[in-house]
Ligand binder design. Structure first.
Ligand code: ATP
Ligand code: MG
Length: 244
């Protein structure tokens, strides 16, 4: 095979960005720990991660399907991640190299999901993590992830918007957390409920950019409901109610 065909191929990109030796070892460890039996493959290509489906057999009963989010180590913009990690007491003393930053990015998503879950919010339940691999509940069925908010038309958009505003409020006030990348793209609709996903960027409220990030989250969410459903709410009002 000509070398440039391999160089330019999708196959190479997937192997080198995702299934490198370290990732395979992390997956192996998670499987050895009993979290899953089979890894089925990639169902979503994110900017900095791939989402795979894994299956855990249940003797005599239906299997459980879980999501394995694999952060690309080589392809990630890890410089950009640093501003969301440093200054957070949960990540004090971590090393500044690429691997350490990506592994902590993954650990951060796990911890943030735990916080959101502890409030009883709709998020994929986090299961475990190892290096650059995060295991969590899979939202969807038949190997298809649940649709994103931007991909469908809701029958009760007001209810969904109220839920998202309340979720931002409770994260901010009860867990001192701001999602930081909330939008119709990081919101799934599953079994008629709104779910928040993609928490790796979330920071504590004492982070210097916390208020700015909250404002951006509120604006992203309100813009979607304004454009799609003609629902008018003011960003400043919502932010003020949350930060009170
Ligand atoms: N637990 C889950 N269950 C089902 N689908 C999921 C789950 N987590 C993520 N997804 C799907 O995978 C996509 C990418 O995941 P996520 O947003 O967490 O990663 P990302 O690397 O930040 O991606 P992007 O850069 O596209 O936002 C999501 O938009 C969603 O469609
Ligand atoms: Mg995302």
């Amino acid at each position: 095979m000509a070398e440039d065909i391999w160089e330019d191929s999708e196959a190479r990109k997937n192997v080198e960005n995702v299934f490198n030796r370290e990732t395979i070892e992390a997956l192996f460890d998670l499987s050895e720990d009993g979290h899953f039996d089979v890894l089925h493959g990639i169902v979503k290509d994110g900017k900095e991660s791939r989402l795979c489906i894994a299956e855990k057999f249940n003797r005599g009963e239906q299997s459980n399907f879980i999501a394995a989010k694999i952060y690309a180590v080589e392809a990630s913009n890890y410089q950009n991640m640093q501003q969301y990690l440093f200054g957070d007491p949960r990540f004090e003393g971590i090393k500044h190299n690429r691997r350490s930053i990506i592994f902590n990015w993954c650990r951060k998503e796990f911890k943030n999901l735990k916080k959101a879950e502890s409030l009883g919010l709709n998020v994929p339940s986090p299961i475990a993590f190892e290096k650059n691999v995060l295991l969590m509940e899979f939202l969807g069925e038949d190997f298809r992830p649940a649709p994103r908010l931007n991909e469908l038309e809701l029958e009760n958009p007001e209810t969904a918007l109220d839920y998202l505003v309340d979720a931002m409020d409770r994260l901010w006030n009860e867990e001192k957390l701001v999602h930081g990348d909330l939008s119709a793209f990081n919101t799934l609709i599953w079994q008629s409920q709104v779910y928040l996903i993609d928490f790796s960027q979330a920071v504590l409220t004492h982070h210097p950019q916390a208020e700015e990030l909250l404002e951006r989250d509120v604006e992203n969410v309100l813009n979607h409901f304004r454009k799609t459903y003609d629902i008018e709410r003011g960003t400043d009002d919502v932010v003020e109610t949350i930060t009170g």
